[in-house]
Design a protein around this ligand. Structure first.
Ligand SMILES: [Zn+2]
Length: 290
């Protein structure tokens, strides 16, 4: 699943191409249309396909930004601003191409679900193999309250204080640390990959209760998470499974991961073990992580 650095990579690639462009029209795949007719809310959330198509036509993309793991398209039409919020789910990907046939990887080309035709030529294409991604058209962030409950950006002033305060609350303090750092209310943008790496670097067992970690060590853990997210942004994110940057480009952070997806600990050579935490497979070194 794309995490903060991967989404940042998409935003940085998309922004210079999309900003200032106006959407002429929108087409939606038969798969999404049929699924929506069955009440399944595939990809396009909170609005009918028909309304989405009508509302999006004529929108000018004023800016493209990231908030946690979401892409925000800041839009303007007839003097009114709105927000298209995109979450990539497991396998969502954006492409900027002249034709859908220009998408070279067949698995993405075969799962194109929304195509925005831009005035003056070119397409902005959303593809999603497993369709767990989301497109949500809002007047503003407050129209979808869960967005307001996200922890501050990890690089923002106040993120550390927020993390330490939330981690000390009874509802989080008694949970495993790995679950807590992956919780978007506590810390923004740290999913399974970077949580696995950060607690490995800190030599903390994924199941250790948060309250059993000292304030000093929690501070260090926060620093480690921020550093690894930044390192990954600089490397263009991790290209794992079906995640791609825009236009199918791949980042290189996966080559630097020390524990995620590993069979042996690079530090001590022990066979790694895994357990499920918060529904996600957690790989760890039983020797180094206590
Ligand atoms: Zn080890």
């Amino acid at each position: 699943m794309p995490e903060l650095p991967e989404v940042e990579g998409v935003v940085r690639a998309l922004a210079p191409i999309a900003i200032g462009r106006t959407i002429q029209n929108v087409t939606v795949s038969d798969t999404v249309i049929k699924s929506k007719q069955l009440g399944k809310e595939a990809v396009i959330k909170g609005i009918t396909t028909e309304d989405f198509i009508v509302d999006m036509a004529g929108m000018t993309i004023e800016n493209v930004t990231r908030r946690s793991k979401y892409i925000y398209f800041h839009l303007m039409k007839d003097g009114n601003t709105c927000l298209l919020v995109s979450h990539l789910g497991m396998t969502g990907a954006w492409f900027t191409v002249d034709s859908v046939d220009d998408i070279t990887e067949m698995k993405f080309r075969n799962h194109v679900h929304v195509v925005f035709t831009l005035e003056g030529g070119g397409l902005l294409v959303y593809s999603d193999i497993r369709r767990f991604g989301e497109l949500r058209l809002l007047g503003c962030e407050a129209d979808h309250p869960p967005l307001l409950k996200m922890a501050p950006e990890p690089f923002a002033t106040g993120a550390r204080k927020h993390f330490l305060e939330f981690a000390a609350m009874p509802k989080y303090a008694r949970k495993p640390i790995k679950e807590v750092i992956m919780d978007g209310h506590v810390l923004s943008g740290c999913g399974n990959i970077y949580a696995t790496e950060a607690i490995y670097k800190m030599k903390i067992h994924p199941e250790r209760n948060t309250e059993r970690i000292s304030l000093k060590r929690k501070n260090e853990l926060f620093d480690v998470i921020v550093a690894i997210l930044q390192e990954s942004i600089d490397a263009g994110g991790s290209s794992i499974s079906d995640y791609r940057n825009i236009n199918g480009e791949a980042g290189t952070m996966q080559d630097r991961l020390k524990m995620y997806g590993r069979k042996f600990c690079p530090a001590c050579g022990s066979a790694t073990e895994s357990m499920k935490i918060a529904g996600r497979t957690s790989v760890y070194c039983p020797t180094c992580q206590k």
